[in-house]
Design a protein around this ligand. Sequence first.
Ligand code: ARG
Length: 465
Amino acid sequence: MTDRKDAANSMWGGRFASGPDAIMEAINASIGFDRRLYAQDIRGSRAHAAMLAAQGIISDNDATAIGEGLLTVLSEIEAGNFPFSTALEDIHMNVEARLKDLIGEPAGRLHTGRSRNDQVATDFRLWVRDQCDAATEGLHALIRAALSQAEAGADWVMPGFTHLQTAQPVTWGHHMMAYVEMFGRDVSRFEDARRRMNESPLGAAALAGTGYPLDREATAKALGFDRPMANSLDAVSDRDFALEFLSASSICAVHLSRLAEELVIWSSAQFRFVSMSDKWSTGSSIMPQKRNPDAAELIRAKIGRILGATVALFTVMKGLPLAYSKDMQEDKEQVFDAADHLLLALAAMGGMLSDLTANRANMEAAASSGFSTATDLADWLVREAGLPFRDAHHVTGSLVAMAEAKGCDLDDLSLTEMQSVHAGINQSVYSVLGVHNSVASRQSYGGTAPDQVRAQIARWKEKLA
Ligand code: ARG
């Protein structure tokens, strides 16, 4: 980064006799991070210049020189030989100053009817809009990976948990599809946020609009926005779009962390429900037997920084008077960081899930222990022995206690032992004590029966096609 130690700032220093204090420059500059907006900034400026010419506000020759000069700036930045300057504060003034070096006087006409306030709002919206698309793409890949797992194991039985205690048998496919539903809602949140943010602030100028006969519809259209924002004060001071992106990211990161946590638990020696491939595991430098699920742990942790960014920007925006305040420059680093880490976590989870092996036999063995079919037994007593559910619950509880005392499972109890608790029990009770029968019976819409799970997989595949 070069430092131009001019007396006063060449872009706005008309009324200043001297340049800023070094510390002032350090606190004020955003070029260290907002250079990431260069492509959006140049795109916005080119649209603005073309519109200025079309409206007869600047000449066609000037607009052409500006448009071509901006492309040169773009290629310099992309080639990595652009002279970024802290004294020029931000990406907007760095680009414009370089344009002036390249094309001279016409560069000074680019900022007609525009302010950095609507410029930065436009650039940042364009950037966040792209992140919504990238998040949607990452989520779709992840949903596909979960769908493949669900399809392979639509009828593989595993313990379903409440309080992390064995509750009732469910299927692996059903468990995977639960995440498909969560990630599907995440997609809809990003799509929804994108739709709402897709309005153009450009032309709002500093805060009040402008006296130049701008065509805001034209610049909105050129930048892929649905329409110009309807209120210039709102256009320059709104950061809802960033807050919505961060909120959607936070909820998505919560889902990722829950799945990551399950993978950490399931891959432990005590569970062994899943095996992670070598690609997604690490070893220990001291304990040779270790295979650590580091990627899952890091995904589990990402919510920390993403929610942190969300809280940070909410806190910055809270209580800000209209319209623009420099506080709002603090929006970018938070959103950049959250977006980078969300996309990384989505990609890692998608890859990890694709390479994951679910251990059918271990899951099924675990599902068969822990009295997971006790509810099925109680339901049998209601259906076949005519007991009210509360009484059936009580009888089943006694049978569980008996099995627990004997150190066996429910289906290891003899018929005589069962009849000692309730005389109405007969041989057919054993059919409901098996985990496969248990899951097959859960035919209610959205239930864990393999038929239901397959129907949901089919619905999702159609939706994604
Ligand atoms: N770097 C500034 C930001 O990110 C650009 C807008 C500056 N506007 C101003 N009036 N100083 O917010």
